[in-house]
Design a protein around this ligand. Structure first.
Ligand code: RNT
Ligand code: ZN
Length: 414
């Protein structure tokens, strides 16, 4: 079957696949730099902390800014769509002898990232790094009872607001700045509210740093548990949702690895969109826990994309990938994850969403089910192939041969 034949089939359902493809090319999706080096960064030598974990020892990990940028560049050439860069504060780049601690970070420490992004027409999203650092005291940062510790991390947050604004001004695209902390307890706490009150005050202090709301989009990411913080996390779902709801300009961020296993973020997206003008997502794939496997074109990924599209909320949802697998080729992990989310969005936009709404409203639920099943066998592969062609990338797995070559030529020589 050709694209033209596939297009005709979708046309019968009232779907203009040319228009869908044109729209897809304009949707920014954030590619997280931390898949490239197992969430290590450049500003410390210590272990990864905060209750997150990368497992595996696949060769070729990036260890310098140049290598990481080279790898991101490679990955971004093998995917269709508009890539936005997502970096963490621990990826600051210091000139010889100019190392500063995280509370003293400045835009100049990210100049090279800005240059990299601007040369490629990318925007930048940002994350303060509240983990992997010796000032994380007893596993706590913004919720710490130690005022000196808490102050240090508040200053870090404020510095990151200033850097986020710099990114937005330089790239001409808003910068989503995500606050996530791993603060919590392994076992039953003696005080659940105290850390949350301190966390609340800390975020309020961070957000008191002046910034332009059109340029910086601060969000708070919730989490149910982490490794070593199984019993309690300060930034729970209720805490962060309510924080965002009661603090103008602050967005809630949902990471689909951060909920109980039978909860689905696809159902939470339309719930939040009833109230919030904008929301943010971390798209990942958890297996049994928040394991951060590479995103696939699976049911829940499709379902999340469908909800964004059906709610007509592509412009209201900031989408970012967030996973880190060190057991497979890291470039391939990026490419598979990015392509999967692109497929999911394209698939959602090639669905007869209006017709399905109508069937539901007319209580024709049998027909709705039949139609949903029928759609699964539509010639979506042809639409995907055309989209990839128009974006100058391949539709099939030929991209993987390029990754293999890159592994031989570059990664294995590191
Ligand atoms: C951790 C959160 C958080 C991190 C990144 C590195 O569980 O998902 O978003 O993955 O900030
Ligand atoms: Zn996340």
């Amino acid at each position: 079957m050709s694209y033209q034949e596939a297009k005709a089939q979708y046309q019968l359902l009232g779907i203009d696949t040319d228009a869908v493809i044109a729209k897809m090319k304009e949707i920014p999706v954030s590619l997280h730099c931390w898949q490239g080096d197992d969430v290590t960064g450049f500003d410390h030598d210590g272990p990864l902390t905060g209750g997150i974990q990368t497992t595996g020892n696949y060769p070729g990990k990036a260890t310098t800014p140049e290598q990481l940028m080279q790898d991101i560049e490679k990955a971004s050439k093998l995917v269709p769509g508009k890539v936005k860069l997502n970096i963490h504060a621990c990826y600051a780049i210091f000139e010889e002898g100019q190392h500063v601690d995280r509370d003293k970070l400045e835009p100049k420490h990210f100049e090279k990232w800005v240059q990299f992004a601007k040369e490629r027409g990318m925007g930048i999203d940002f994350n303060p790094t509240f983990f992997s650092h010796d000032k994380v005291k007893d596993g706590l940062t913004l919720s710490s009872p130690d005022e000196e510790t808490r102050k240090f991390w508040i200053e870090h947050g404020k510095a990151c607001i200033r850097i986020s604004e710099y990114f937005a001004k330089e790239t001409g695209m808003p910068c989503v700045m995500n606050i996530w902390i791993g603060d919590g307890f392994k076992d039953i706490p003696g005080d659940r509210m105290g850390p949350r009150m301190r966390y609340k005050d800390s975020i309020e202090q961070i957000l008191s740093e002046p910034f332009d709301r059109n340029l910086v989009k601060p969000c708070v990411e919730s989490k149910v548990f982490g490794i070593g913080v199984e019993a309690y996390t300060a930034g729970s779902a209720e805490f962060t949702l309510t924080f965002a709801a009661t603090h103008e300009g602050c967005l809630p961020l949902m990471d689909n690895g951060h909920y109980h296993p039978t909860e689905v973020v696809s159902d939470k997206i339309p719930a939040l969109l009833c109230y919030y003008p904008e929301i943010a997502l971390h798209i990942t794939r958890g297996i049994r826990w928040d394991s951060d496997h590479a995103v696939l074109f699976d049911d829940e990924t499709r379902e999340m994309a469908k909800e964004i599209v059906r709610c007509d909320a592509i412009d209201r949802v900031y989408m970012a990938l967030d996973f880190f697998d060190a057991s497979i080729n890291r470039i391939a992990a990026w490419v598979v994850g990015f392509r999967s989310w692109q497929k999911a969005l394209l698939y959602a936009m090639c669905s007869p969403n209006e017709a399905m709404k109508k069937l539901q409203d007319e209580n024709k639920l049998t027909e709705l089910m039949v139609m949903q099943e029928q759609m699964k066998l539509y010639p979506f592969g042809e639409i995907w192939a055309e989209y990839c062609r128009q974006c100058g990338t391949v539709a099939g797995m030929e991209w993987f041969r390029e990754v293999e070559q890159y592994e031989k030529d570059v990664l294995l020589k590191r």
